[in-house]
Design a protein around this ligand. Structure first.
Ligand SMILES: *[C@@H]1O[C@H](CO)[C@@H](O)[C@H](O)[C@H]1NC(C)=O
Ligand SMILES: *[C@@H]1O[C@H](CO)[C@@H](O)[C@H](O)[C@H]1NC(C)=O
Ligand SMILES: *[C@@H]1O[C@H](CO)[C@@H](O)[C@H](O)[C@H]1NC(C)=O
Ligand SMILES: *[C@@H]1O[C@H](CO)[C@@H](O)[C@H](O)[C@H]1NC(C)=O
Ligand SMILES: *[C@@H]1O[C@H](CO)[C@@H](O)[C@H](O)[C@H]1NC(C)=O
Ligand SMILES: *[C@@H]1O[C@H](CO)[C@@H](O)[C@H](O)[C@H]1NC(C)=O
Ligand SMILES: *[C@@H]1O[C@H](CO)[C@@H](O)[C@H](O)[C@H]1NC(C)=O
Ligand SMILES: *[C@@H]1O[C@H](CO)[C@@H](O)[C@H](O)[C@H]1NC(C)=O
Length: 583
């Protein structure tokens, strides 16, 4: 009696485990009519394919320190089995003397050889003598076989990892644990439902076992074993499944490796904001647990118990059982104190452990907005200056010259500012005499030399031309189709000018184009010198105003005349000199 009460007390642990109905504990042990009920076995039903053999061990004896079958037998306790068919609540004693001998009892185990659909439901095993009683229920589910490979067995598959290139013996699950009737048995193996998969030497059936001598990726998948035996004149079988996975070879290093934090890696942090520290770990396959975790000053997030610290982990990759894991330590409201702490990421598997420390560095303050504005303004100003320069470059050049340019008159002893060379008896002659000369002399105040006007009669033309050109600072060549023809005065002037320029005698040749000129309009000498010379184009009406581009461009090329010179010049002149139309 005392023994039984003790037993019941110690069983309370077991009740929790099997998830029994709490009402069961209220049972009385004083009378046989009231039996101690442990409820139904908690961890699910036993499943079997219809037509296969199965067995149900009485779960009372799965805790031998409470119920021991041998001692129970010795104490004269009886084990009785009841069946409650599904959908009913009538407990029917099982008839072990039925002529078909399908159901039998072997010590604490109930055998169904084979199981049929009527066997569905609850099985209760009851241990009792005249004064004491205990019972427990277990559920049996008989299912129809499914045509697919996974449906060949009703019991969940067993996972087996085999290293690539390695070997392994596969044993049919339950075969060694169950005591088959004293007869011979055979085991048939299938890989993905194929019984003929074991033709080569890599995989071989040896006795009951399947031996994988050398593992390859293609040998992964679902293996079945069907155990066939005979009893009481019947052939019986049961099927089990093994899910085989290839894992990385035993030959490769198995120690955990921390990819981040790497040796030189720096984690930038910002005070007052959220900081994520990411740790990436390579955890090669080993049996047993594999872990990754962060420590802060040697404490895990749980030990630290600071709500600002949390971590999340995820599996980045699984490759032949090797894991790449990422664990992120999130720190809210990062403070300067946090900057001084030691952050270590660690990983462990059965073969070893690795730790790496994260180096934190405060991010330099980058005034991005201010910097952006500054850059924007600079760029804008540059753009404005670019545009201004392109529109007003002539004016700017003139202005610059008037401030910083040197007056050539003080550095040489030449007589004329400009010598105008042109084709005689041409349209351009009018332009030279009426417009060019007048503006240059009267309005801009240059001293102009025009051979036909300034030469003295009776002199040698050649000598005089050379002398005039030599005494001028600029040679203004007014281009026209007939300019520089063989033997003309103009050709002589041009040659003298180009020579003088080439010899560095303070003379520059400037081309003025009155009318657009075809390529053939260029005299041979000019064609060669063209690239080195400045060409100023007369634009018709547009150029007649003194403020037009033509005159400004010309002024840039001509010797410097300061504003005060002009004013003096104006005063000494009787013609009113405004910016008026010239033609
Ligand atoms: C059950 O009891 C018998 C004898 O009392 C003992 O030999 C046996 O080891 C016990 N079994 C278990 C599993 O404790
Ligand atoms: C019934 O079994 C209990 C527990 O083993 C034992 O204490 C009791 O003496 C047995 N009663 C009889 C009548 O054998
Ligand atoms: C099992 O059978 C063999 C012969 O087939 C026999 O020698 C042996 O005693 C038997 N064992 C049992 C427990 O019946
Ligand atoms: C298992 O037994 C059942 C019923 O006897 C039979 O139909 C089935 O073919 C057997 N399976 C194997 C693989 O022997
Ligand atoms: C076998 O195991 C792998 C993982 O190890 C799983 O992805 C696969 O679904 C399993 N196959 C079956 C049929 O259970
Ligand atoms: C930190 O990671 C979380 C997700 O885990 C994300 O929502 C958050 O934006 C990240 N913070 C920073 C500063 O990167
Ligand atoms: C953190 O890791 C470094 C090496 O990376 C190690 O020297 C240090 O002892 C570790 N600190 C703790 C608290 O584990
Ligand atoms: C945080 O890390 C611990 C190990 O330090 C781990 O047990 C826990 O599951 C992680 N939390 C999350 C959300 O991943």
């Amino acid at each position: 009696m005392v023994l039984l009460i003790k037993a019941i007390l110690s069983l309370s642990v077991f009740i929790m485990k099997v998830g029994a109905n709490p009402a069961a504990t209220q049972s009385s042990v004083h009378s046989v009519s009231q039996c101690h009920d442990w409820g139904e076995l908690g961890n699910g039903a036993v499943r079997v394919i219809e037509g296969e053999a199965t067995w149900l061990p009485c779960p009372l004896f799965s805790h031998p320190n409470v119920y021991n079958y041998s001692s129970a037998q010795a104490a004269g306790l009886n084990l009785v089995w009841y069946h409650v068919a599904s959908g009913q609540d009538l407990e029917q004693p099982i008839d072990f003397h039925h002529p078909d001998q399908r159901l039998s009892k072997e010590r604490e185990t109930l055998w169904l050889q084979p199981a049929t659909m009527e066997d569905n439901g609850q099985y209760i095993c009851m241990l009792r003598n005249r004064t004491s009683c205990a019972k427990i229920a277990v559920h049996l589910e008989v299912v129809q076989p499914k045509p697919n490979c996974e449906g060949k067995a009703a019991v969940p598959s067993t996972l087996v990892n085999v290293p690539i290139q390695g070997g392994k013996f596969l044993t049919c699950p339950d075969l060694d644990d169950v005591k088959l009737p004293n007869t011979s048995h055979s085991v048939t193996w299938y890989h993905n439902c194929d019984a003929n998969a074991f033709m080569n030497a890599d995989r071989k059936v040896e006795k009951d076992e399947l031996r994988i001598r050398q593992m390859f990726e293609m040998y992964q998948g679902l293996y079945h074993c069907v155990v066939t035996y005979e009893t009481k004149g019947r052939t019986l079988n049961f099927t089990r499944m093994i899910n085989v996975s290839a894992v990385s070879s035993d030959g490769v290093p198995k120690e955990p490796r921390i990819l981040n934090p790497a040796v030189d890696q720096i984690y930038p942090v910002k005070q007052g904001s959220e900081v994520n520290l990411t740790c990436r770990v390579m955890l090669p396959f080993t049996e047993g647990p594999r872990e990754t975790w962060w420590t802060i000053d040697g404490k895990t997030v749980e030990q630290l118990a600071d709500p600002r610290f949390s971590n999340t982990s995820r599996m980045v990759k699984v490759y032949f059982g090797d894991w790449t894991v990422e664990i992120v330590l999130k720190i809210k409201d990062f403070s300067s104190e946090d900057l001084r702490r030691e952050y270590n990421c660690s990983a462990r598997n059965r073969r070893g452990m690795a730790t790496s420390r994260a180096t934190l560095e405060e991010e330099a303050y980058l005034p991005s907005v201010e910097l952006g504005c500054g850059l924007g303004i600079t760029l804008f100003l540059m753009l404005v200056m670019f545009v201004v320069y392109h529109i007003f470059w002539l004016e700017l050049l003139l202005l610059y010259r008037s401030w910083f340019g040197t007056d050539e008159r003080s550095t040489d002893d030449k007589e004329y500012d400009i010598y105008i060379s042109y084709a005689r008896n041409s349209e351009e002659e009018q332009f030279v005499l009426l417009t060019l000369r007048r503006v240059l002399e009267n309005e801009l105040g240059y001293t102009v030399c025009i051979f036909d006007r300034d030469s003295l009669p009776g002199g040698t033309i050649t000598d005089e031309t050379l002398s005039f050109v030599g005494r001028s600072r600029r040679l203004l060549v007014v281009l026209s189709p007939g300019y520089g023809l063989e033997g003309t005065q103009a050709l002589l002037e041009l040659k003298a000018g180009l020579d003088s320029m080439a010899w560095g005698r303070h003379l520059r040749v400037i081309l003025v184009q009155y009318k657009p000129l075809g390529r053939n309009g260029w005299v041979h000498e000019l064609r060669r010198a063209r690239v080195a010379l400045v060409l100023v184009r007369w634009q018709g009406e547009k150029s007649s105003d003194l403020s037009s581009r033509f005159w400004k461009r010309l002024q840039v090329e001509l010797p410097l005349r300061r504003v005060k010179d002009l004013i003096e010049n104006k005063n000494s002149n009787t013609i009113p000199l405004q910016n008026k139309a010239i033609h």
